[in-house]
Design a protein around this ligand. Structure first.
Ligand SMILES: CC(C)(COP(=O)(O)OP(=O)(O)OC[C@H]1O[C@@H](n2cnc3c(N)ncnc32)[C@H](O)[C@@H]1OP(=O)(O)O)[C@@H](O)C(=O)NCCC(=O)NCCS
Length: 324
């Protein structure tokens, strides 16, 4: 990267860092821009000074990767860095440049493709521009901070009547798989996951490896010996892939949460989550992150009841051709 661009990136990052801190202290310092597929997209303000940069990152997810179940096969992500109080106008220009750039990329013409911008949830000034360019708010990364109660009463998990919570082990593979696949099918209603031919096999492989490795981070809720709820989390040593999305640390990640349809609304979900929170709080884990679908009518009210709040919103056009 030539020094002029390097200096520009540094200056913009400084301004963006100030802006993000003012908007939401849980946002991290903006990371160095990734390399991307070419020279950064550049936005100049009315005064001719640099108002923003953006980098487009391309990823092809192969069919033998479980990651292909979580979205399109060809993913194009714009990493924006926009300075200023109101970023609506520079966001508009940047998104138009990105759309034009993608129009010249072969893999972006396929139907199994997506264009994504991960945007701070509290940064409302860019929302109009995102909508105008055909992007939809699809998923949210929500965060829960460890409660700060010095010398206060210890947070005790609360159970659900007639339900036992226990760690899952290798013998629970079938039950965990069943609940996990039902969650994917449920989440597919909201345009996130895509059912692939290899999905059941790849989910099973992951569950098998995970139950063999760290049984205590998968919990089952059982009623009369039948698994009716599932919670899977990742401890801080496994969350390097997402921990940089927040200024708080260390970060745990809540990966899976599902309660059997007939058992919902009876306190099983909250019993599982409180069980996890008690463990995380006792271990001084600073923040817990999770993804939920923006339009899932069950998850947002539940998570916000459990102490989470939106941090990042992932805006997506799928396929890329839906970008305007
Ligand atoms: C989300 C889900 C796990 C919640 O589990 P649950 O066992 O039904 O939740 P609980 O009965 O423990 O409810 C906990 C609290 O959240 C509230 N709550 C739960 N779902 C709610 C909803 N849809 N709307 C409003 N409040 C809700 C409950 O009233 C309860 O509040 P209280 O503590 O004041 O009594 C469950 O609905 C589910 O499995 N949904 C399908 C899969 C899913 O959406 N998973 C999350 C993916 S990110």
């Amino acid at each position: 990267m030539p020094w002029v661009v390097r200096d520009a990136v540094r200056d913009i990052n400084r301004m963006v860092a100030r802006r993000w801190q003012a908007i939401d202290p849980l946002l991290p310092d903006p990371s160095a821009l990734p390399t991307g597929c070419g020279a950064p997209l550049v936005v100049n303000g009315d005064n001719g000074r640099l108002a923003g940069l953006g980098v487009c990152v391309h990823h092809h997810i192969p069919p033998d990767s479980l990651n292909q179940t979580w979205g399109a096969a060809d993913r194009f992500t714009l990493v924006p860095r926009l300075a200023g109080h109101d970023v609506s106008a520079p966001a508009d220009v940047l998104l138009a440049q990105w759309r034009d750039h993608l129009a010249g990329v072969g893999a972006a013409r396929g139907l199994d493709s997506s264009a994504t911008v991960v945007w701070p949830s509290q940064d409302i000034t860019g929302v109009q521009a995102l909508l105008r360019h055909g992007l939809q708010p699809l998923t949210v990364i929500a965060a829960r901070l460890r409660p700060q109660v010095p010398n206060g009463p210890r947070f005790e998990p609360r159970g659900a009547y007639g339900v036992t919570i226990r760690s899952a082990g290798p013998a629970d593979e079938e039950q965990v798989l069943d609940l996990e696949l039902r969650l994917i099918r449920y989440d597919m209603h909201f345009g996130g996951p895509v059912w692939r031919q290899a999905t059941p096999r790849l989910v099973r492989d992951e569950i098998r490896a995970s139950l063999a490795r760290r049984a205590t981070w998968t919990w089952l809720a059982e009623r009369a010996g039948r698994a009716v709820g599932l919670l899977v989390a990742q401890p801080p040593q496994e969350t390097g892939w997402i921990a940089g999305m927040t200024s708080a640390s260390p970060a745990a990640y809540l990966q899976t949460m599902f309660v059997d349809y007939a058992e919902r609304g009876t306190g099983i979900g909250s019993a599982l989550v409180r069980h996890l929170h008690a463990q995380l709080d006792a271990a001084a884990v600073g923040v817990t992150l999770l993804h939920h679908s923006q339009v899932n009518p069950l998850s947002a009210p539940f998570w916000y009841r459990m102490g989470y709040r939106p941090l990042w919103t992932s805006w997506e056009a799928r396929p890329v051709g839906a970008l305007r």
